[in-house]
Each structure stands twice: as C-alpha cells, then as structure tokens.
Ligand binder design. Structure first.
Ligand code: SF4
Length: 573
C-alpha cells in the first residue's frame, strides 16, 4: 500500500528541542494523514490529557497522494484532543500548504509542551540522516495579530508566502474553544478547536519549506491521470457555486437549519442561495494541484467586502440559522472568522443561539459585533467563546450539539441517515465524518440513493462510508472527489485492495473510539436532540455497534485494559 514517507518530527516547545523518529512500519500500517495522526495520538497522548495543557499533542501530516500532481490532493490532516468535544478530533484543510509540508520531508509533525513566549516555529528540510532543521522565533510583535497580518509578516521577514504558513488568529491565542488553525490565509482546520490547542501552547505560527519531495519518485497508475482529467472537464455545478449549490435543495427538503434550529427551512433563502454567492465570485479558486477548482473567491463591490466563500455550512450558520437573508452579511461574517481564526459553523451557531435569546434574529450588525467579541473574549463573547454546549443553559437555549460540537447543516430531522451519522461520529455533529447526506437528497446515482426518512438498511452503508472517509483522510484525498475517485480508482491510487482499505478505515475509526472511551465516552454520547423522533434510532445504533464489533454500550472491547483494540501499532525506531 502506498504511504507517506519520512520520519516523525517532534517539536517540544517546553524544551525548545526538535527530534526525529523513524516510523516506517507505522506508515505502512496507517498510510498517512488522519490514520497516521490517530495511531500516533493513541500511543503518545495520555488518555487524561487536558486539551489545553502541555501534555496534549497536535499532529500535522499529509499522505502519499501529495507526491502526485493529481486533483483533489491539496489537503492536510491535523489531530489533537479537542477542547470543544474533549475527545480525539481530526480536522482536514485544503489550500496550498500540503506541498510545502511534504517539501520539508516529514511524514508527520508532532507539537508538544508549552512555550511561555509567543513563538513562530520554522521547519526546514530534514537532513540526509534525519537531522531536523527547526528554529524557534519569539514573535511578540504578532500578539493578537489577525491571520493576514501574520502572513504579511513572514512574507516581509522570511520571504515566504501564505502557502508556507499555518497560524492562529486572536481566537486561537485567546483559547476560543472553536478556534481554527488557518493555512493559506483563508483555509481552516476548522472543526474541533485545534487553533485553541496551538494557541494554548504559545505557538502563533508554523512555517514549512524545502524540496525533499523532489527526491520521491512514484510510478503512478493511469488512474491518477484519469482523475485529473475528469476533474478538469467536469461540468459539476460545484465548480461555479462550491458547496452552496445545495442550499436551495436543502431548503426544499426541510434540511436547512434556520432560526437556531427552531425551523428547517428559511423564507429568505433566495438572498443567500448558491446563485447569490456565484454573483459575487470574481475568479476561480482552488487548492494545490486541483483542476476541479470549487473554491469561491468573492467580492462585493458596493461594500468592499472580500473573502473566500461562504460555503454552504457558513450560509447555514450565519445565514438561515441567524435569520440573516443577505449574502453580503454572510460574506462579512465569513471574512471576520477567517481573519480572527474561528470555525464558521460553531461560531455561527453560538451567535444564532445568542440572537434567539435576545430576540434579535436577522440583526447583522450585532452578528459582526458578537464575532469580534468572541474572538477577543470581550463582554458576552467570553461566554460564547465556550461554545453552545457549555454556554446554552446560561442563555436559556437548547443544546444543539453532539459530543459538544455544534451541528452543521443537512438537518438530520429530514435526512435521518445523516442524523445517525451525526450521532456516531467520533468528533461530534459534523457532516463530513460519515457524510451520509449525498445518499438522501440524493446527490448520487439513483441506485445508490436512500429514502431520507427512516434508518432501514442504513447502518451498513454508514459504516462503509465512515471507513471510506477515514481512508480518504489518510491518503489524503478531498471528499468532493465523489463520483471521480471511485472505489476502484482509490484502490489503484493506493496500490491496495479496496477491502484492505475498508479495514484500514475501520481501524482508524476504532482507534478514535477507543481513545474516547478511555476518556469516558460511551453510547450516551452517540445521541441527538431529536433522537426520539427518528423511527428506529436505538435499534440502528445497536446495529451500527454490532457491525463494528463493539459493545452495545458504544465502547470498544478491551479499551479499558490497556489493550490496543485496533491491532498493535508497530513500534517506532
Ligand atoms: S475539490 Fe475543491 S476543496 Fe477539494 S481539493 Fe479541489 S478545490 Fe479544494
């Protein structure tokens, strides 16, 4: 099986040291990306680690597909214990950093400890015998700096563009529980608050550069060129409207959360639809090497607002869920979240929760003010920065989260399989973990579609989809490759049998689950605010556990006995 190459780089911020470890056997077993990060996290983060403490570790990696020039591969994975969910969380981001990360020559980078000074950590190409080239720079001048200012600083002082930089904005420094790690200025490791993990460690930025990947030669199969060609010639509406192409469909089938989840369709949808977003798009946008180019650089000439996006989930969180019906207001919230370094979904949902408590739905000026207050933890923003799960009682609101993570769109009350996927996801209420919604709108061929209501026959498909997505996140391949990177092509690209890839995905999901079990997670966490309204929810959950070989209480057999439930990860040299 193809896998990422290079050693593990460990950066100890407390000691200000860097060291490398050969992890060849582990790479052969877990490929790269989320799989590699998860196996390392399972073995190296104490199960009782404080998410914002020095013992938590943040892992960054790419996978073998980053050595190709194939579309859908300009992405990376990040993993740590989440300060939002308190469980292990992997997040995925596009942009242009992945090739510079592989250029530095490491399969993965591990960040541990804590620095008293605000630091930039500069990672350069690994030496021929594995000796690291890492420097630590105090960057007091960047304290509370916004994301674009961080990029400007390294362009000026290090001659590095934003495609070399991962950083946190003020929200990360202020430990907002849904702060992002930002890369390439506008792309985010958004879900799970990994920016707060980096900020708590005293790291403002990481930079990566080198040419180590030029040494790596891979004999790619024909499927690599086929995928690239199809990405270039596809006439998918996503190439014009990105994920917002689904907004009106979601509204039609009552899957568009609105007014802080009180409703599932929005009368103002036309003002925030994919067409409105497309009208503001001023050029094509993409990730490294990707000919599909579904990103959305947008600008409003009248107000001067310029951003990348909003994507569908931001349209939901800062649009329909906030009662806001003007796409420019959503663009402005998107721009602010990127500059301040916050997940637009969790931020938009907690803002919507506050608007409900104040009877202020639709107040776009208040939305902007709240976003800034949250990032700097000022006024009521200090409480909202804790996220919906921790703050809802104080505001008399319902807890619209799973495992502490606020819901994304594609409402599970209409799309019941997606609802089950929100419940089982190890990282909480996120649509991309199990990604069941395409089968239920449907956005897939009719023979793959499911009736959105009910759960009959869905658990086996959900298990297979969660496993497949874990493989894509390990490879690392974008999930919007659906329909192009078929199962057969994925197997060819990774030089593997598809059944073996399913097994890999299952091991990754199980390791996440076992880690979270050790932190106290069980069946009671795999639930939904509307679980009782979905016919057969409990039976489907039990079927899901049985298919995975887990206990009916949602735990992995043996997880509490110090056993490695997924098969021992090979020892590192
Ligand atoms: S499909 Fe879109 S999000 Fe995915 S890698 Fe390509 S440009 Fe990036």
């Amino acid at each position: 099986m193809r896998h990422a190459q290079g050693p593990l780089l460990t950066i100890d911020l407390t000691e200000r040291t860097a060291s490398t470890t050969r992890i060849d056997d582990r790479l052969a077993s877990f490929v790269g990306g989320r799989g590699l990060n998860t196996s390392l996290a399972y073995d190296r983060i104490p199960f009782d680690a404080d998410p914002l403490g020095p013992e938590n570790r943040l892992f960054l990696s790419t996978g073998p597909m980053q050595y190709s020039t194939t579309s859908y591969t300009g992405r990376m994975a990040a993993t740590a214990v989440s300060p939002l969910t308190n469980g292990l969380c992997s997040s995925n981001a596009g942009g242009f950093l992945s090739r510079n990360f592989t250029g530095a020559g490491y399969a993965a980078v591990e960040i541990t400890g804590v620095s008293d000074d605000l630091l930039a950590v500069h990672v350069r190409e690994v030496g021929p015998d594995g000796e690291p080239d890492v420097t630590f720079e105090a960057v007091d001048d960047l304290e509370q700096a916004e994301v674009s200012a961080v990029s400007d600083r390294f362009a000026e002082t290090h001659d590095l563009g934003p495609e070399h930089v991962a950083c946190v904005g003020p929200a990360g420094e202020n430990e907002v529980r849904f702060a992002s790690v930002m890369i390439s200025d506008t792309r985010a490791f958004g879900r799970g608050g990994l920016g707060a993990v980096l900020g708590a460690k005293g790291v403002k930025a990481l930079t990566f550069a080198g040419d180590a990947d030029a040494e790596i030669e891979v004999d790619w199969p024909d499927e690599a060129a086929e995928v690239h060609r199809e990405a270039a010639t596809s006439d998918s509406i996503m190439k014009r409207q990105g994920t917002t192409s689904v907004t009106e469909l979601a509204n039609e089938v009552d899957a568009l959360p609105s007014y802080y989840f009180a409703e599932t369709s929005f009368e103002g949808v036309e003002g925030i639809s994919g067409d409105r977003v497309e009208e503001k798009k001023y050029e094509k946008g993409t990730c490294s090497q990707c000919a599909f180019a579904c990103k959305l650089p947008t600008r409003d000439e009248a107000t001067g607002v310029e951003t990348e996006g909003p994507e569908f989930e931001t349209v939901m969180a800062f649009g329909s869920n906030a009662g806001v019906d003007d796409v420019v207001d959503v663009m402005r919230a998107n721009e602010l979240c990127d500059e301040l370094g916050m997940d637009t979904i969790s931020c938009g949902d907690v803002v919507s929760m506050f608007l409900e408590s104040e009877d202020e739905f639709g107040n776009a000026d208040l939305v902007r003010s709240l976003v800034e207050q949250i990032a700097y933890r000022e006024g009521v923003g200090d409480k909202l920065a804790e996220g919906v799960h921790r703050a809802h009682e104080e505001f008399g609101a319902d807890d619209w989260t799973v495992k502490g993570m606020a819901f994304s769109g594609h409402d599970g009350r209409a799309l019941n399989g997606q609802g089950l996927a929100f419940a089982t996801a190890n990282r909480g209420a996120d649509h991309m973990y199990g990604e069941f919604y395409p089968y239920e709108y449907p956005l897939v061929d009719p023979d793959e579609a499911f009736d959105p209501q009910g759960l009959d026959g869905k658990p086996p498909k959900l298990v297979a989809k969660e496993n497949r997505n874990a493989v894509l996140d390990s490879a690392v391949v974008c999930k919007f490759s659906r329909g192009t990177v078929t199962d057969d092509r994925l197997a060819a690209l990774l030089d593997a049998d598809y059944d073996d890839l399913q097994s890999l995905g299952a091991r990754v999901v199980e390791l996440e689950r076992a880690f979270n079990n050790a932190r106290g997670f069980d069946r009671s966490d795999d639930t939904l605010p509307y679980a009782d309204a979905i016919d057969g929810f409990d039976a489907a959950l039990s079927e899901y556990y049985a298919l995975r070989g887990w206990n009916d209480d949602g735990t992995v057999p043996g997880h509490g006995d110090g056993l490695d439930p997924a098969g021992a990860a090979p020892a590192d040299d």
